[in-house]
Write a protein of this length. Structure first.
Length: 202
């Protein structure tokens, strides 16, 4: 039974193989943490219907890291209230560029259980939470291990590079539901993939 942290082990093993076979390490050619995409480019994003990659209401602050290379996105919640907040994962979703909704799971869930009901996460009053949301269809069992698919684009199995030409100017989103004192509220984050540029060679 493996949980989402399995990607850390996969990354270490893959990096070791690259060092052995190709005589260069991950420090020279970094890879994404979940999908093992080789990071050669800087990708530029813009928030949609917001000034920054941050959402805030009277109860919580939600910061996020826009991405298409990883299988999901990193989130940071801050509970501003004097009461506990529950994150309702089963009523949250990924919104594709085609505006289709897809069930998500988060980093506290075993991969094999990702399609099952998820226990809400409680953030205590004035507390914080770092987590990750991943669409359930972005993880599959392949070649006797769990394989993560990027949010957009196709990863080469030979070079580990990502062909994301069809992703530029596409909008991605996540819908999040939380509960405070028995009342449910929602936040929707959206971001647009604008462009990419090659990173300087070391």
């Amino acid at each position: 039974m493996k949980n989402i942290s399995h990607y850390k082990t996969t990354k270490r093993i893959s990096c070791s193989l690259i060092v052995t076979l190709l005589t260069f390490g991950c420090a020279v050619s970094p890879y994404s943490k979940t999908t093992m995409v080789q990071i050669k480019d800087k990708r530029n994003f813009a928030p949609v219907d917001a000034k920054d990659f941050l959402l805030e209401d009277k109860n919580i602050i939600l910061k996020y890291v826009p991405d298409i290379v990883e299988a999901g996105i990193d989130l940071q919640f801050t509970n501003k209230s004097s009461k506990p907040v529950k994150i309702i994962w089963d009523e949250s979703a990924f919104i594709s560029p085609e505006n289709k909704s897809q069930k998500i799971f988060h980093s506290g869930v075993k991969i094999i259980d990702r399609t099952q009901a998820q226990t809400p996460t409680v953030i205590p009053q004035l507390g914080a939470l770092d987590d990750m949301m991943i669409p359930v269809d972005n993880v599959n069992w392949e070649y006797d291990t769990w394989s993560y698919k990027p949010l957009c684009g196709v990863r080469s199995i030979y070079t580990h590079e990502l062909d994301d030409s069809g992703c530029i100017n596409q909008t991605f989103g996540f819908y999040l539901t939380y509960e405070l004192e028995g009342k449910k509220n929602s936040l929707t984050l959206k971001y647009k993939y604008l462009s990419k540029e090659a990173l300087p060679k070391k």
